[in-house]
Design a binder for this molecule. Structure first.
Ligand SMILES: [Zn+2]
Length: 435
């Protein structure tokens, strides 16, 4: 009796297990089936558009061959369409009787390389059609040295970016200014882009509206690339520049510093981004700082808008930066006074001088460190000293708070390397000029 019961129970258990495993397996099978159906569906969608979903997974050579096939199989004629106001990439393609689905796919592919919202008015798009008037190829300029190519073949669409071949050039020019740096530069076939870089380069030294005058001499040596296919020119760096005004040379050489930065330095290895000297005198003692103080003569509390350096009479005073003499002569309480204009923003002033250096007159150009005059006690002064002002946008500022980019000064091995390189640059400049 017991054995019969056991038999029934065990066979029930087996039956139950059997049903359980069968059901599980069946479910798994179903899942796999559904997945397969999903896959097939996906594949169908892909083949419908015939989009190669992931070009990365495709052999590059395969794509190349496909492009070649499309290009050679079809005898294509080229035409271009200029982007007009209100046009979009899609609206242009619509006019060419392409199907919406195709347009959508093309736009999608192009967007991988190029933001179609950046399409410019006046930009040309190249189209290539076969003898049945079917668009087979589209070319779109991405930037000066690359283009996007779209190939359409039996609903298969391939888009790719192509770098354009370019050839390297160097050019050197020297010319006199008769009107302005910009106009005479253009007349001498110096490209506008280079002239703009040149003006930027000299913004620490010159006030271009006022300093440049007739017979200012300009030398410039720069790199450029010509795009073979389009003839477009891509301008690169200035290698060397010199501006000579009234016998003063301001020249800069391109140099890659040890830190890897491209920058410009003069022959002494001083960076183009020079600061204005905070102490334009040697061996002087700071005797009065910028700020409120009791005036030594009037006795009133007054703002002292400069810095005083006590020094023996006759001590040379240096120009605080490259610039043009704007004022030289007697100037009330300042006594013998010089003011230098450095650029559009900065000026420096020097007061109580005993005398001016010979040759210093209004309009003369000076470089940083040139002697302009000598310490004295002229005007409202209690003893020999230099009163020095730094003027920013026509207001005296505290020289200690001066925030000008302080340019790097090359030293040691870096300076040696620079000196070797600038000689080569200069030799190249002359070679190109007299070639
Ligand atoms: Zn003072």
């Amino acid at each position: 009796m017991l054995s019969i019961n056991l038999k029934i129970i065990s066979s029930l258990i087996f039956l139950f297990l059997g049903v359980y495993f069968f059901y599980n397996e069946y479910n798994l099978l179903l899942k796999i089936k559904f997945n397969n159906i999903d896959l097939i569906k996906k594949q169908e969608i892909i083949s419908k558009d015939n989009i190669i979903k992931n070009t990365k997974n495709n052999n590059k050579n395969e794509i190349k061959n496909k492009i070649k096939n499309i290009e050679t199989k079809n005898n294509l004629t080229k035409f271009k369409i200029k982007v007009n106001k209100g046009d979009t990439f899609a609206s242009i393609l619509q006019k060419l009787n392409l199907e919406d689905q195709t347009i959508f796919s093309i736009a999608n592919k192009v967007e991988n390389f190029y933001d179609l919202k950046k399409l410019k008015i006046g930009q040309n798009i190249l189209f290539f059609k076969n003898s049945f008037n079917e668009i087979k190829k589209i070319e779109l300029k991405k930037n000066i040295d690359s283009k996007i190519i779209v190939l359409i073949n039996n609903n298969e669409i391939i888009a790719k970016k192509e770098k354009l071949k370019k050839s390297f050039f160097q050019e050197s020019k020297e010319f006199n200014i008769r009107e302005s740096l910009y106009q005479d530069g253009i007349k001498n076939n110096v490209p506008q882009e280079i002239l703009i870089s040149l003006i930027k380069l000299y913004s620490f030294d010159l006030d271009f509206q006022r300093d440049i005058r007739a017979n200012t001499y300009v030398a410039i040596f720069y790199d450029m690339y010509q795009i073979v296919e389009t003839g477009d020119i891509e301008y690169n760096d200035i290698n060397y520049a010199r501006i000579s005004i009234g016998g003063k040379n301001i020249e800069y050489f391109k140099f890659k510093t040890d830190e890897g930065f491209i920058d410009y330095f003069n022959k002494e290895g001083k960076n183009v981004k020079k600061s204005i000297l905070k102490t334009p005198i040697d061996g002087a003692r700071l005797s009065s700082n910028y700020g409120m103080r009791k005036h030594p003569i009037s006795g009133y509390n007054k703002m002292h808008k400069g810095i005083d350096f006590a020094a023996p009479k006759g001590t040379p005073i240096y120009a605080g930066g490259n610039g043009t003499i704007e004022y030289v002569g007697k100037n009330g309480g300042y006594g013998n006074y010089i003011r230098i204009r450095h650029n559009n923003d900065y000026k420096t002033a020097y007061a109580h001088m005993s005398s001016f250096k010979k040759g210093i007159s209004k309009g003369v150009r000076v470089n940083q460190g040139d002697v302009i005059g000598y310490v004295g006690s002229t005007g409202n002064s209690t003893g020999p000293h230099l009163h020095y002002e730094i003027i920013f946008q026509n207001k005296q500022i505290n020289p200690n708070k001066l925030q000008l980019p302080s340019g790097k000064i090359l030293k040691g091995k870096e300076l040696e390397r620079f000196k070797k390189e600038f000689k080569e640059i200069y030799a190249d400049h002359l070679n190109l000029l007299y070639e």
